[in-house]
Design a protein around this ligand. Structure first.
Ligand code: SF4
Length: 382
């Protein structure tokens, strides 16, 4: 569920979101999501597409905690009555730390309406860097939000961090490790900054690129984080993700397994029946499309790509290699009816010789060197 609202815009972000002027736009979005879910259910039935009870639900953004918890609850309820939720359904809400510190008890309220997992956009533990990035929270706010989430009783509490921010040093990375290790977090995601031209950081990079850590420094930062998290008991289960046992993100694992999913909200993307779609990145255009009887969630206007079998095989490999367990030969054969070796041995063998891929006869997976050169590995399969 894409929640396209933020209280302000961060210096590095080009995701679609708007700062809501009043509650009217939030209410229109809410009604739109409920309508989209109903249309997905009706049209899936009309097209003979079976939707099994949902194993995960994910509210991403934007900043989902900008909308009232009652709306999150209403969407969970609607999804449950239309599609069913499995008893262990993982329900995640992304939140910015300051949004849990409001006088209204947001963390507790989210937990009470069935949210099982909270993902906090911490990004850094340096107040100087947070201010530069345009974030509205401080490092103390993150620590307090994690404690409130812990008291509220979420199964999984995750924080996102970014490496490669301007003026960031190895000392900042050590501070992230100390904060994580002293907290009840059981999941952490770490993403390298991608400098997008049309953002404040894009302009800063053009003016003063030396303020951004280069690739070597960023790699050192990543190695330091991997070693620090692993020695603290986190498993590095995906290129950018670390979890204590049992706290892996089931929702994101579904993407890396190239499983189908549907989505609602402006700019939300889905992958069903071999078709990848993206809703328009505009609340008004998305609402118009939804109300158009001939278009809607299964119309032709939202199609990005019809994934043919050849592309699906490549995706199974390159997405699966993001997971440290890698790609299973058995699963590949069951899904595609052909062995991975028959299709890709010419790509796999040189990568093994270069030390980028490991092969234990059942799974192929990235080595630790392969994690550093994942782009090169991906190119070999294209
Ligand atoms: S809060 Fe998140 S989605 Fe909103 S502008 Fe900042 S990074 Fe982007």
């Amino acid at each position: 569920m894409h929640v396209p609202f933020c209280l302000s815009r961060c210096a590095y972000c080009d995701f679609y979101s708007v700062v809501p002027k009043d509650r009217t736009v939030i209410e229109s979005w809410y009604k739109g999501v409920l309508l989209e879910l109903r249309r997905i259910a009706e049209e899936a039935a009309a097209h003979g597409v079976a939707i099994a009870p949902l194993e995960t639900l994910y509210f991403g953004g934007g900043t989902p905690t900008v909308v009232p918890v009652s709306m999150i609850a209403g969407i969970i309820q609607e999804a449950s009555s239309l599609f069913g939720l499995t008893p262990e359904c993982e329900i995640t809400v992304e939140a910015n730390p300051e949004s849990l510190l409001r006088p209204t008890p947001t963390a507790k309220a989210l937990r009470e309406v069935g949210v099982t997992r909270i993902s906090l956009g911490a990004q850094s533990t340096s107040d100087r860097t947070l201010r530069l990035a345009g974030r509205l929270h401080s490092a103390d706010d993150t620590e307090n939000a994690v404690l409130l989430a812990h008291e509220a009783g979420f199964d999984v509490i995750s924080c996102d961090f970014i490496t490669g921010l301007p003026d960031e040093t190895i000392t900042d990375i050590d501070s992230v490790l100390s904060m994580v290790n002293a907290s009840p977090l059981n999941h952490v995601s770490v993403y390298a900054l991608s400098v997008v031209s049309d953002t404040h950081f894009g302009a800063l990079f053009r003016k003063n690129p030396s303020r951004f850590p280069d690739d070597d420094v960023e790699r050192q930062m990543t190695h330091r984080l991997v070693a620090g998290f692993e020695s603290a008991g986190f498993q590095h289960y995906e290129i950018s993700n670390f979890a204590r046992p049992g706290a892996e993100s089931r929702h994101n694992t579904m993407y890396w397994q190239a499983d189908p999913y549907f989505a609602a909200g402006p700019s939300a993307s889905s992958y069903m029946g071999g078709i990848r779609r993206t809703n328009p990145p505009s609340i008004n255009k998305w609402l118009c499309l939804l109300k158009d009887e001939t278009e809607g969630p299964f119309g032709k206007d939202s199609i990005d790509e019809i994934v043919n079998e050849n592309s699906a095989r490549i995706e199974t490999v390159i997405l699966g290699l993001r997971l440290t367990r890698g790609v299973s030969r058995t699963v590949f054969l069951e899904r595609h009816g052909v062995s991975i070796d028959a299709l890709f041995s010419k790509a796999i063998e040189p990568l093994i010789k270069k030390g980028l891929i490991d092969d234990d006869d059942e799974n192929i997976r990235l080595t630790s060197r392969g994690f550093d050169f994942a782009d090169e590995v991906v190119r070999a399969f294209l």
